[in-house]
Design a protein around this ligand. Structure first.
Ligand code: G
Ligand code: G
Ligand code: NA
Ligand code: MN
Length: 255
């Protein structure tokens, strides 16, 4: 079978798909407060496939809608299972532009949150600048409904690599910006990267947004981000994407 046919089967039956969870760390309380869910595909022949190998394919074939819906249900169910064990971790999930702008994401989320008895949802939806800029009016409407009807937090992912207009950033119903890891990766050695990071933190705070740095790979970067007033951080230094069970150990170990 072709990769497309295999992906269709995986998505339609949820067979071989899995979520990895990467911890998100609060720099002020020095605690893990949440995770980002990242999809993995245990392909029969290629072992573990990372999303850069199949998300584009899913977008091109229209499978992305079902894939994102599967992720949403899994993430919400995981949140529920953790809550039942007294583990209160916000779960962030990535939503493709197509899933944000077409169909009825806000309605789907509201239905799921009601079904699982999660209110507020304790979920964050991460969207890229590209998704927001493709149709800012429609994006704003969907995001506003997600926040109002389901208590969803909204994050702009990979911030600084797209082309968001600052005028839209001011008007969009967003809670958080995530500084793209290309700026964070070398910020200790590269003064210009450090300046960009500092500038995004200041911009975010001036607009009343929480600022998250992704791609934190070393303790030095974490210290610098802390000193700059960055709110939250994520990266290999703090924890790699891992199965749900390992997350609980990490969080309880640090708590
Ligand atoms: O997990 P990894 O770091 O390899 O992710 C690579 C890219 O795939 C990232 O841009 C991430 O946002 C995206 N991605 C990961 N999981 C999902 C998912 O569940 N849905 C969508 N639409 N994108 C995802
Ligand atoms: O685009 P998005 O931010 O959703 O991408 C998440 C991707 O970033 C995941 O594939 C994850 O594996 C990867 N990632 C997470 N932390 C780090 C890190 O510290 N360094 C690098 N290089 N990649 C990371
Ligand atoms: Na993301
Ligand atoms: Mn990102």
């Amino acid at each position: 079978a072709t990769l497309i046919a295999q992906l269709r089967r995986a998505v339609e039956e949820g067979d071989g798909l899995d979520l990895a969870f990467q911890p998100k760390f609060d720099l002020r309380s020095r605690r893990f407060f949440g995770v980002e869910a990242l999809i993995r595909w245990r392909h029969p022949a290629h072992n573990l496939l990372l999303p850069d190998r199949f998300i584009t394919l899913a977008e091109e074939t229209g499978l992305i809608t079902s894939l994102d819906r599967w992720v949403l249900r899994q993430a919400a169910s995981q949140r529920r299972r953790w809550l039942a064990r007294g583990v209160d971790l916000d779960i962030a999930l990535n939503v493709s532009p197509h899933s944000l702008l077409e169909g009825d994401l806000a309605g789907d989320v509201a239905g799921l949150v009601r079904e699982l008895g999660l209110m507020p949802a304790g979920l964050t939806i991460e969207v890229t600048e590209g998704a927001l800029m493709r149709d800012p009016e429609r994006a704003a409407e969907v995001l506003r409904r997600l926040r109002d009807e389901s208590g969803i937090r909204v994050a702009i992912d990979d911030f600084g690599t797209g082309y968001s207009s600052l005028a839209y950033l001011k008007r969009l119903p967003v809670d958080e910006v995530k500084i793209d890891r290309v700026f964070v990766k070398d910020m200790v050695a590269e003064p210009r990267d450090a300046s960009i990071v500092r500038t995004i933190i200041e911009l975010g705070h001036n607009l009343g947004l929480a600022v998250v740095a992704e791609g934190v790979e070393h303790a030095e970067a974490l210290d610098r981000l802390s000193a700059m007033g960055c709110d939250q951080a994520q990266g290999f230094h703090l924890g790699r994407p891992s199965p749900a069970s390992m997350l609980v150990e990490l969080v309880e170990g640090a708590g």
